[in-house]
Ligand binder design. Structure first.
Ligand SMILES: [Zn+2]
Ligand SMILES: [Zn+2]
Length: 583
């Protein structure tokens, strides 16, 4: 059977010494290798999903972790963020030599407070990424002494265990983003991080094509490349063009303007600052995230706003509407964020007036559409004029490479092996297909947990390790059993029955049954009375095994009676809780 010989998904023979692949002309190429892998790579997150990026690279018995991100929930079960299950790293904690951050987005740094609870290792990153990471860590109770932050600059190589690492500048929707060139023995791995080719970025730091080409000339064993926008043709567009579009919109406004943006996009913050100054407006930051981002960017010398440009939220009343420009966070309709609260008119610092203008300089992350659309509707109801990407496509560009830029990265680096990262399975497979079409000799799309073994013979999937995601609320883990209960409660509601019984299991008061999220007021009384009658009948006719039945026995009989009754009388199956009180 073919399937006994070949792993069809990855195109590798199950005899691990033999591998085959098709070259671009469709010829079957078979290679044989007796080498053991020199480097192992395991993604704990980010392969098969957008978010939670975390990759372990293992060589000479040591592990290096690239990025440590979170992802955000799309269901309302009270989860703040998900982080990767770090058990794989925890079991190898003595061998982990450090964590390297490609940039400061939450999907790359947000998991650090959870990983550093179990690992005491240095964290390498740019000033900006480390600034944001340390904010997160301090917020979660770390003291400055507990964290070892090692700032790096592009072009400066540093060592971590057996790895030599060279950060290379890439442009992205956050400053100081880097690709990482990771060298070990004769192997050179390039991890692009999140990137785009913006020929004229506002901070002047374009992707360093020249250095990437040199690295390509030296030879790249493996390229791991950002797949987010593999479905988007052409180029992602320049951030400076967004500045021009925002300037056109804002300078035409006669009233108060609110700009909603991802505040980690310091390039855009800086351009909005310039526009505000040109229009004679003062900036007010609404939302903790916007304030944190401005603070960190200023500390790293990336933002240099004059001190009189900012007006604190509590002094908003002292500025005329035409002199005010608000920067607000929460473009994804997050319920507690500034924009949502403005849309519900519950923000303590500001209520928008009809004809005020809201500019949403952002995209809607898939899954957030209903929340964003609800928020926009609320603003429209208030008479606020909303400018967003659908009505004016020029006010936002993506920070991730489109297909032409992804091609450019492959052409500059000319890797022997290509593994797409940062994407759903669809993105990864499409990016893999694209790399194959560009003639990359070996291409493999892998998922979280699959151990990729890199040797001079190529790459193959070795073991599969257990991975997963951990839900958290306010920094603490929420167990799957708790989330399951929340899901059930959300769908079916809850019924609570209280029984007062004597030592022989006889009721001394009528049972008390109440429900939440199950019945409406009209039907409640009849259904509950019927259910209570059934409970009384069930308990009096039940032949308990002993004279003195246990609480557990009584609870089980009563629970079944409540469930049967509510199902029969109202077709509802709520979670049922029975309390037994002994008299
Ligand atoms: Zn990013
Ligand atoms: Zn990312």
């Amino acid at each position: 059977m073919l399937k006994d010989l070949v792993d069809l998904k990855h195109g590798v023979l199950l005899d691990r010494a033999i591998r085959f692949r098709f070259n671009p002309k469709g010829h079957l190429i078979v290679t044989q290798s007796s080498e053991s892998p020199a480097i192992r790579l395991v993604a704990l997150g980010g392969l098969g999903e957008i978010g939670m990026n975390c990759l372990a690279i293992e060589a000479a018995g040591k592990l290096l972790v690239i990025d440590c991100g979170v992802s955000f929930p799309h269901t309302d079960l009270g989860v703040d963020v998900y982080h990767p299950d770090f058990s794989y790293l925890e079991r190898r904690r003595d061998r982990v030599v450090g964590i390297v951050l490609t940039h400061g987005h939450e999907d790359h740094i947000g998991g650090l407070p959870y990983l550093l609870r179990v690992l005491d290792v240095p964290v390498h990153g740019s000033c900006h990424a480390l600034g944001l990471a340390s904010e997160r860590l301090l917020e979660r109770g770390f003291s400055p002494r507990q964290i070892r932050l090692m700032p790096f600059s592009v072009g400066q190589r540093f060592e971590a265990g057996p790895f030599s690492i060279e950060p290379v500048r890439v442009s992205h929707s956050i400053p100081e983003a880097c690709a990482l060139v990771i060298r070990h023995q004769r192997f050179t791995i390039v991890h692009t991080g999140d990137f785009k080719f913006d020929p004229d970025p506002p901070d002047g730091h374009a992707t360093d094509e020249e250095r990437l080409r040199q690295i390509g000339d030296e030879g790249v064993s493996l390229l791991l490349s950002d797949s987010t926008n593999i479905d988007a043709e052409g180029m992602s567009g320049s951030e400076r063009s967004v500045g021009r579009a925002l300037s056109d919109v804002i300078s035409a406004c006669e009233t108060r303007v609110v700009v909603g943006l991802f505040s980690s996009n310091v390039h855009r913050l800086r351009m909005v600052g310039e526009i505000a100054q040109a229009c004679g407006r003062k900036i007010t930051l609404l939302g903790r995230s916007a304030q944190t981002q401005v603070r960190v960017a200023t500390r790293c010398g990336l933002l240099n706003w004059p001190s009189d440009l900012l007006i604190p939220p509590d002094l908003l009343g002292s500025v005329g509407q035409r002199q005010s420009l608000i920067i607000a966070s929460g473009t994804q309709g997050e319920p507690m964020a500034a924009l949502s609260r403005l849309s519900f008119q519950t923000h303590p610092a500001l209520t928008l007036a009809p004809k005020d203008v809201l500019v949403l300089s952002s995209r809607v992350i898939p899954g957030n559409d209903p929340a964003v659309s609800r928020m926009i509707s609320n603003f429209i109801r208030q008479g606020v004029s909303v400018v967003h990407r659908v009505t004016n496509p020029s006010i936002h560009v993506s920070g991730h490479a489109h297909r032409d830029e992804q091609r450019r990265m492959i052409e500059l680096l000319r890797p022997s092996v290509f593994v797409p990262v940062h994407g759903t399975l669809h993105h990864l497979h499409r990016h893999a297909e694209f790399a194959r079409s560009l003639g990359v000799p070996t291409v493999m799309a892998a998922e979280n947990g699959e151990v990729l073994e890199l040797s001079s013979g190529g790459i193959r999937v070795g073991d599969v390790v257990e991975v997963g995601k951990i839900a958290t609320y306010n920094g603490d883990e929420l167990l799957p059993s708790v989330l399951k209960q929340r899901e059930y409660l959300g769908r079916h509601g809850v019924a609570v029955l209280t029984l007062a019984i004597d030592a022989r299991g006889r009721m001394i008061f009528p049972p008390w049954l109440s429900t939440r999220g199950v019945l409406d007021d009209m039907e409640e009384r009849d259904v509950l009375n019927g259910a209570v009658e059934n409970v009384v009948k069930a308990l009096s006719s039940w032949s308990f095994s002993e004279q003195n039945p246990s609480d557990q026995e009584v609870m089980e009989v009563a629970e079944r009676a409540v469930q049967r009754s509510l199902d029969g009388l109202s077709s509802r199956r709520p979670m049922t809780i029975v309390h037994v009180v002994r008299a």
